[in-house]
Design a binder for this molecule. Structure first.
Ligand code: ADP
Ligand code: NI
Length: 211
């Protein structure tokens, strides 16, 4: 079987497993997030190269052992390993895939070394930006009982420590474009960040006029 046909079949198998894992998750790690990351990763791979087989599998499995979603398997990436084993992925490919998954997380501040890891990290970051990134941000906030914004957020110095959805823009989202690894990723991140900035301008003008 060619690696290309194999990858299509594998993708379908992995998707079935992910559906079970992500069932009703409200932390922003639904199957559709993963599928958008896979799509982003494929576009980035076309532009910048890297092993498409490894990139697609790492993108598919990048949140299967997310810290918030599955704290018990986070350290050893047991879900990803189980799914890869069940699909007869070689030991060598499995270690490459797991090492990419280990390097994509923002909160852990890991640096991506290989082109494959750089691509998957950029692909994941793009999904935190733009219209979809805004939706995910407030959906995460809602699931964690956090406010959309606080009146005190815009007082000098407060935005860094606030836990509101709007504060997350300043604490993480607006910073992502300068952390992108690839040229294509950076270009797309800039477009999506422009959209965040327009949204913030409108948001602030609306809350200033409220009374
Ligand atoms: P990922 O690596 O898939 O982006 P994260 O767990 O970092 O995963 O975040 C999932 C989604 O939730 C992202 O869109 C992110 O911007 C959003 N998010 C994470 N932390 C917060 C937070 N403290 N407030 C609001 N949104 C958040
Ligand atoms: Ni993700």
């Amino acid at each position: 079987m060619s690696r290309f046909v194999e990858l299509e079949l594998l993708t379908e198998n992995v998707k079935k497993e992910l559906k079970k894992l992500f069932n009703e998750d409200s932390t922003g790690h639904d199957l559709l997030h993963t599928l958008r990351v896979v799509k982003n990763a494929e576009l980035l791979q076309k532009e910048h190269g890297g092993d498409a087989f490894i990139i697609t599998l790492a993108a598919l499995l990048h949140d299967a052992d997310d810290k918030k979603l599955s704290p018990g398997t986070y350290k050893n990436k047991d879900n990803a390993r189980r799914i890869l084993c069940a699909n007869d992925i070689s030991e060598d490919d499995m270690e490459r895939i797991i090492s990419i998954i280990n390097s994509v997380s923002f909160s852990d501040g890991k640096t991506a070394e290989t082109i494959e890891a750089k691509i998957v990290q950029d692909a994941d970051r793009l999904d935190a930006l733009g219209a979809i990134g805004i939706a995910r941000c407030f959906s995460f906030g809602g699931a964690h009982g956090r406010p959309i914004y606080n009146e005190s957020d815009f007082i000098e110095g407060n935005i860094e420590t606030s836990t509101s959805g709007i504060a997350h823009f300043y604490q993480k989202l607006l910073r992502l474009k300068d952390m992108m690894n690839t040229q294509y990723g950076r270009r797309e991140a800039e477009k999506r960040t422009d959209f965040l900035e327009k949204y913030l301008t409108q948001f602030i003008s609306e809350i200033k006029n409220e009374n």
